[in-house]
Write a protein that binds this ligand. Structure first.
Ligand SMILES: CC(C)(COP(=O)(O)OP(=O)(O)OC[C@H]1O[C@@H](n2cnc3c(N)ncnc32)[C@H](O)[C@@H]1OP(=O)(O)O)[C@@H](O)C(=O)NCCC(=O)NCCS
Length: 167
């Protein structure tokens, strides 16, 4: 693990840096637009940045789900190409999960590569039997407290569908 980056909640001054990072990290602008729309809608619960010499080099965002309302969605996660494979995404995800636990959120869902997210405890089993617009091999959940993921369906904040379904 390297120690030359800092992870902290984002601030207003980070918005341009986050947008540039997302535009460079993803093939389309849909993740950058997703973050702006979640912000406008008030659906961001917390948003973490990794910063190196005052540059935003990583971003991980936790937003509220519409259902179950005791759970969060982790998306997007991005690290600057030149800073990957140094554990920066892992450090942001761990910090976010720790904060979600401290705030007594029941669970987190993520859409991503199971071979990566499994190491944080995410599993397909945790979402089994729940319907979701994004159902598929990449949809995983992690119970943090109480009943974990509970209910018939997982429904993301409306920004996910209004800014494109590629998230
Ligand atoms: C996916 C993404 C966020 C990962 O960021 P990252 O900071 O490189 O992630 P980590 O360093 O935590 O882990 C990535 C790999 O580096 C390895 N790694 C971590 N620390 C390392 C280190 N110090 N030295 C070498 N490798 C290391 C991890 O084991 C992992 O390898 P594996 O998945 O092949 O087993 C980044 O690649 C990215 O921004 N991709 C484009 C956007 C995207 O697809 N986001 C995900 C969907 S929202």
């Amino acid at each position: 693990m390297v120690t030359d980056f800092l992870i902290r909640p984002d601030a207003d001054g980070d918005r341009a840096g986050i947008a540039s990072l997302l535009l460079a990290a993803f093939p389309t602008s849909s993740e950058a637009r997703l973050v702006e729309q979640l912000r406008k809608d008030g659906d961001i619960v917390f948003s973490l940045v990794a910063v190196e010499a005052s540059d935003v080099i990583g971003h991980a965002l936790f937003s509220r789900l519409r259902a179950p309302d005791s759970a969060l969605s982790l998306a997007p996660v991005a690290v600057a190409a030149s800073r990957r494979r140094r554990g920066i995404a892992a450090a942001m995800i761990e910090a976010g999960l720790e904060r979600a636990r401290a705030e007594c959120w029941a669970a987190v869902v993520v859409l991503g590569d199971p071979s990566y997210y499994r190491r944080f405890g995410f599993s397909r089993k945790a979402v089994r039997g729940m319907s979701c617009r994004y159902a598929g091999p990449g949809l995983m959940g992690l119970a943090l407290s109480g009943s974990g993921l509970d209910g018939p369906r997982i429904e993301h904040a409306s920004a996910f569908s209004s800014t494109g379904d590629s998230h």
